[in-house]
Design a protein around this ligand. Structure first.
Ligand code: CLF
Ligand code: SF4
Length: 491
């Protein structure tokens, strides 16, 4: 009799079926290889391979969750309204359920039992997780005792971090995010009206200078202790974009693992200083231009989804409302650890298979001499093209050429398919979203929307349903540049 594994709503008869349930089957003979990317120290790869924010590849497989246990904050950011949660690591204007450490630990246990993809618990507020340290530490301690396989992730403005580095290291917190928006106190004064430090409030340039110095101290101390530091920077047009390339260079020189340049989200409805004074956020083109100028600096994170403060699930997915306190079960299933271990085994095999397939496709495409191609991909995870065009709420945008496949960004789009029927105005929104992207790969699309997309010059292809993303993109690129006669590649 088949051994049924139930994983977060998926009921499968074996671990191979688990692969199919996620959108494809692992059929590789190379399953089991756990080697990390060739350009990364294996010890670092071991820390990031399951972290959806620190590894772009991992975000196809693993989920994170946040708990809001730390309400106090020690600075004021002009893009934050204290009614909401810390905007340094969550979408502004979102309020989450405030939890005690005990309530938070119960919630994490419940989610971990239901969501086998869960690999990381982040604390990012609702104020500053390092300033409200007692509650942050109490929560992490409770979770670590009961769920030692879940990674702990801390996010802070950095001001209080130097006071807790030794505890952070002792608690095995391998991942810390510091939000650093500028190196220049004059610019900082335009972002931070005040800073509360050592029992006193410091305003303007004086306060910003204290904050910036502590942020650098925190970065250096954490790196010296082997903690992986991600730097978040909020890109604010007209205020800090001129210094962003230099900031990227400096944080790399100081050992930051990743730099996440996020667009300011500014809306008067959020009641923030920037929202109320008309400060705009950057356009997608402005953000990309700054990212492109950072070519030689710290590695850039481009798959950030600016999560909800109570985010649960894969990046881009929002399951927070399924796990509010009132919905948590009385008793928590005891086989969560087993399910997570089974899931990780499957991911390891799937990754090995995916890499081998991509390498073979790359060998074909390497001979093509043609401009890069931008392609939108519909995926619901697992690194495969496994989502119906009409169910896509976002498109992942990749660039492919003879050198390989690069993730560029994601673009959000409204779901045009409601009750099984496409709605014209939503399709129009998708067309706007996909501006400049000539090809989309999806698991399936109806003939009517396919024809409408073709009318505006966007080809939607569902012939590579369930294929790995990289393989499909490289095959597509190579196919487009074959000579019709001999099938040889045009080089
Ligand atoms: Fe949370 Fe942040 Fe840890 Fe990730 S989020 S505390 S590093 S587990 Fe990730 Fe969300 Fe972007 Fe943050 S997608 S907002 S970068
Ligand atoms: Fe708001 Fe976070 Fe800034 Fe504090 S650090 S003011 S909570 S955005």
């Amino acid at each position: 009799m088949a051994n049924i594994i139930s994983l977060g709503g998926l009921q499968v008869a074996s671990r191979d079926e688990l692969g199919q349930a996620m959108g494809g089957g692992c059929t590789a003979s190379s399953c089991g290889t756990k080697a990390g990317p060739a350009d990364m120290d294996p010890a670092i790869w071991a820390k990031v391979k399951d972290h959806p924010c620190y590894s772009e590849e991992a975000h196809h497989y693993f989920a994170r969750m946040h708990v809001s246990v730390a309400p106090a904050c020690n600075i004021q950011c002009n893009y934050c309204n204290r009614k909401y949660d810390c905007a340094n690591e969550s979408r502004p204007g979102v309020v989450s359920e405030r939890l005690t450490p005990e309530q938070a630990a119960r919630k994490v246990l419940a989610v971990a039992a239901e969501v086998p993809q869960l690999s990381v618990l982040g604390i990012a507020g609702p104020g500053d997780a390092a300033y409200d340290w007692k509650k942050t530490k109490a929560t992490f301690d409770l979770v670590q005792t009961q769920l030692p396989d879940i990674k702990l992730c801390l996010s802070s403005n950095g001001l209080a971090v130097p006071d807790h580095v030794e505890e952070i290291v002792a608690m095995n917190i391998d991942h810390v995010t510091l939000t650093i928006n500028t190196l220049d106190p004059e610019v900082g004064a335009k972002i931070y009206p005040w800073v509360f430090f050592r029992g006193r409030r410091h305003e303007g340039v004086e306060g910003a200078a204290i904050l910036l110095a502590r942020q650098m101290e925190a970065l250096e101390m954490l790196v010296a202790h082997g903690v992986l530091v991600k730097v978040n920077s909020v890109l604010i047009p007209g205020i800090n974009e001129a210094g962003m390339v230099e900031l990227n260079r400096i944080v790399k020189a100081k050992g930051a693992f990743l730099h996440n340049i996020m667009p300011l989200i500014s809306d008067p409805a959020h009641g923030t200083h920037f929202g109320l004074t008309g400060q705009r956020g950057p356009t997608a083109a402005e953000l990309r231009a700054v990212q492109d100028q950072c070519g030689d600096g710290a590695n850039l994170m481009k798959h950030c989804r600016q999560c909800r403060a109570d985010a649960v699930g894969m990046l881009g997915e929002d399951r927070g409302q399924e796990f509010t306190l009132d919905k948590l079960p009385e008793t928590i299933a005891e086989d969560g650890e087993e399910k997570r271990a089974a899931y990780r085994d499957w991911v390891a095999r799937e990754r090995a298979d995916r890499r081998a397939a991509a390498e073979a496709a790359q060998a074909e495409a390497a001979f093509v001499a043609a401009p890069p191609l931008l392609v939108g991909v519909c995926t619901k995870g697992g690194g495969r093209i496994n989502q119906h065009f009409g169910h896509a709420t976002e498109f992942q945008i990749y660039e492919v050429d003879a050198v390989g496949v690069r993730f560029i960004t994601h673009r959000r789009a409204d779901n045009y398919c409601v009750g099984g029927h496409g709605e014209g105005d939503r399709l129009a929104e998708i067309i706007r979203t996909l501006e400049g992207v000539p090809v989309v790969l999806c698991a399936r699309i109806g003939e009517a929307p396919r024809a409408k997309m073709a009318e505006v010059g966007i080809e939607v292809i569902d012939a590579c349903a369930m294929d790995y993303i990289e393989t499909a993109l490289l095959d597509l690129y190579a196919e487009r540049h074959r000579t019709p006669e001999a099938g040889a590649l045009i080089a």
